[in-house]
Design a binder for this molecule. Structure first.
Ligand code: NAD
Length: 420
């Protein structure tokens, strides 16, 4: 009998053998890629666990399909299902144009307080890439998902709100901006709690997955009390909560000031030899250079919302583009998680059975790992890697590869399943 995934009192997940998992099929190419992906998930679970385990899929509505059937882009029952069943998966959704909901994805993240946007970027051999050594890219991005300028607190130029804020700034804070009547206003909020829970999750991940470093990526040289504070709070989490397992560049800096650079370097070497995770920081613009110049130097990345948006796509491009980049939105405290294809609905290609289902398939792999169903997750990942290595691929990769065989979305799923 189908059962609910739940959070145990000790913070671990209770995963029944027959969990109910809500899914949103998605708009545009969503149905094509979902139909391919769900066959892969079911066959993998069957192959690795026989009759002992099975997922019961529960469709919930969002996006165009929801609007057509209920008149609501994001019906309350959908949110309720994700809240009740804890773990879900979704295809891409059309962003409604006009008033009301700004973005369905943002609404889901906000409602469930899914504060981590998790984006692993790993290269699968054979995948077309614009860089010479895509195999050097193996990073996991922890992007803060609820705060920052990205939270969308903004007011149009000439609006009463924009005028009031500017009048307050001029009158109370002595901040005058030149073009007040024609200036839109956006507000950047970064909190200690929001920063710390994100960096905490990144460090915890590095410990669990035995990764050597966590890089805090920020623009704190310019935005000192938001991005700079994010870095500071990140180092504090490491030093206060993970003192036995991490060494921070904040500590290195203090040792350098007290005892000189050589002593600081020696301290860091000792920490590395002891297997400690190095928690370092880097300015965001430099980071975007370094991922091209020295990607091997980075493993886990912790960053704010807007930086994370840019970084995720830049790294995804290096390992094969949005057709293959998976993602998840997670609240590690409540256990709520929604796994998702990171690309959009590509509406021109809807119902063509031609697009790449790898992004949603690998998101499902992340979900299986989150449930602790590691054998099925590994099995799918290996079979997908093998399928790409054999150059049997969908059109996006086919166009960039030599001697490849073109597969439809459904055939790509068949090719994976054959390899189990
Ligand atoms: P898009 O990602 O839908 O498509 C851009 C291009 O990328 C496509 O034309 C296609 O060539 C390629 N592409 C995308 N997915 C692919 C796949 N699986 N396989 C192969 N190629 C693929 O971006 P867009 O055109 O800017 O957005 C279309 C709609 O999707 C908009 O309504 C947008 O708001 C929405 N969107 C949703 C999400 C989401 O739900 N997570 C993310 C981004 C955009």
């Amino acid at each position: 009998m189908a059962d609910k995934i739940a959070m145990n009192p000790d913070g671990t997940l209770h995963v029944p053998d027959n969990p109910t998992i809500p899914f949103i099929i998605g708009d545009g190419i969503g149905p094509d890629i979902w139909r391919a992906a769900v066959r892969v998930f079911d066959r993998a679970v069957e192959k690795y666990y026989g009759a002992a385990r099975k997922i019961t899929w529960k469709e919930v509505l969002a996006g165009e399909k929801a609007f057509q059937e209920t008149g609501n882009w994001l019906p309350p029952e959908t949110l309720e299902a994700f809240r009740a069943y804890l773990v879900g998966i979704k295809g891409p959704l059309t962003t409604p144009i006009g008033g009301g909901i700004r973005s369905l994805n943002v609404a889901l993240r906000k409602e469930l307080d899914l504060y981590v946007c998790l984006r692993p970027t790993t290269w699968y051999p054979g995948t077309p890439s614009p860089v010479k050594h895509p195999e050097d890219v193996d990073m996991v991005i922890f992007r803060e998902n609820t705060e920052d300028i990205y939270a969308g607190i903004e007011f149009a130029a000439g609006s009463i709100q924009a005028d009031k804020i500017q009048a307050f700034m001029a009158g109370e804070l002595n901040v005058n901006y030149g073009f007040s009547d024609t200036t839109g206003v956006g507000i950047k909020l970064v909190s200690e709690e929001g920063s710390k829970r994100l960096v905490r999750a990144a460090i915890q991940y590095a410990i669990t997955h035995k990764r050597p470093s966590v890089a805090i990526v920020h623009k704190g040289n310019i935005m000192k009390f938001t991005e700079g504070a994010f870095k500071q709070w990140g180092f504090e989490v490491a030093e206060e909560e993970f003192a036995n397992t991490t060494y921070t560049w904040g500590q290195w800096e203090r040792t350098k000031q007290a005892k000189g650079q050589e002593a600081a370097n020696e301290e860091q070497r000792e920490a590395e030899q002891a297997g400690k995770i190095i928690v370092k920081d880097i300015i965001a613009d430099n980071f975007l250079q370094q991922i091209l110049l020295a990607p091997k130097d980075y493993a886990v990345v912790a960053t704010l919302n807007l930086n994370g948006d840019y970084i995720s796509d830049a790294l995804a491009a290096m390992v094969g583009g949005i057709g293959i980049a998976p993602g998840a939105n997670i609240n590690y405290r409540t256990g709520h998680a929604i796994f998702e294809a990171t690309h959009g609905t590509a509406p021109r290609f809807a119902d063509t059975d031609s697009m790449n289902p790898s992004s949603v398939i690998l998101s499902g792999v992340m979900m299986l790992e989150y449930l602790g169903w590691q054998e099925a997750a590994d099995g799918i990942r290996q079979a997908l890697a093998e399928t790409i290595k054999q150059r049997t691929v969908t059109v996006d990769f086919f166009n960039l590869m030599e001697h490849a065989t073109l597969l439809r979305t459904s055939q790509f799923a068949d090719a994976i399943i054959e390899k189990f």
